[in-house]
Design a protein. Structure first.
Length: 310
């Protein structure tokens, strides 16, 4: 009686954690200016008070503090925060929510495996619990890796048109910050991911951060070589005073050429990728439809011929 109740409790806790994590991760948009002001205010308060504040800030901060005490916890939290930023999730509570969800999912999977393995021998229980722990640890990471790849793909697809529009806006005489803000407003509903990245860079510069450092953080968040080249081009153009609009136009043309080559490569690979489902699913069904009626007819004739009187 206790094991089914324990299993149902873990299932309900997992579903609740999943729903809460999704709501918290997707709620609200990043505001770099407010985040910078809050960081400066917190730093000022900490330097004036001169006392630890790790117990303040809610359950998530306490949970993260406990995780950081575990050997390897600091590296895990740093890598998770960096990967969440590369997936476009940059809320302050994102790391805590993800770590809490991963722990709850791992415990729920381990509890479910223990429930289904009751009554088995020790080796089966050991193998089942090991598999449950490995899957509970790796599955959330694989989902996060997929989110990172998906976010990078969206940024790469949006970059040529956005860079071309940025060159056009710069040609009208606007400054770089105003041009990037204008481009982010125009591209907000078409390419919201890259528009948010441009707006983040502008807000960081307005908050007092150096432009080169803001673009370096953009490269670290995105992890795309094309954005790294774009950032280097903008920083060098500002440093040496060269024309940026013409360079952006040429760079946009090269980005379109790369995108066209990627599309042609994907089309060339499509035939090979379609070979496996054709062999595994379509050809067996085709053989059944075409050959089974003939085989049944032959078997029926043979059985009728063998059973006929002489």
């Amino acid at each position: 009686m206790l094991m089914p109740l324990f299993f149902l409790t873990l299932t309900a806790a997992t579903l609740a954690a999943l729903i809460w994590s999704g709501v918290e991760l997707l709620r609200g948009r990043e505001d770099p200016l407010s985040a910078r002001l809050e960081e400066l205010q917190a730093h000022a308060m900490s330097t004036s008070a001169r006392r630890p504040v790790r117990r303040r800030g809610g359950f998530l901060k306490s949970f993260l503090y406990v995780v950081s005490l575990v050997p390897g916890g600091e590296g895990y939290l740093h890598d998770t925060e960096e990967e969440l930023a590369q997936a476009g999730v940059r809320q302050k509570s994102a790391v805590g929510i993800y770590a809490l969800f991963q722990l709850v999912f791992l415990l729920a999977l381990a509890g479910a495996m223990a429930y289904f393995q009751r009554g088995n021998d020790g080796l089966s229980v050991f193998v089942g619990m090991g598999a449950a722990l490995i899957l509970g640890w790796l599955l959330p990471k694989q989902v996060l890796h997929f989110a990172v790849r998906r976010y990078r793909r969206k940024l790469a697809e949006a970059l040529p048109d956005t860079v071309d529009l940025l060159g056009v806006v710069l040609g009208t005489g606007l400054a770089l910050d105003q041009a990037m803000l204008r481009v982010s407003e125009e591209m907000e509903f078409i390419y919201p991911e890259l528009a948010a990245e441009f707006a983040t860079v502008v807000m960081q510069v307005k908050a007092g951060q150096e432009r080169a450092k803001a673009f370096k953080q953009l490269v670290r968040r995105s992890g795309i070589e094309d954005i790294k080249a774009l950032s280097a081009m903008i920083v060098q153009s500002e440093r040496f005073g060269t024309s940026l609009s013409q360079a952006l136009k040429v760079y946009a043309d090269s980005l379109r050429g790369r995108r066209r080559l990627r599309a042609e490569t994907a089309v060339a690979k499509a035939g090979i990728k379609m070979l496996f489902p054709i062999v595994l699913f379509i050809l067996p069904a085709l053989f059944v439809v075409t050959l089974v009626p003939g085989v049944l007819s032959v078997l029926h004739n043979l059985s009728g011929g063998l059973g006929a009187p002489r």
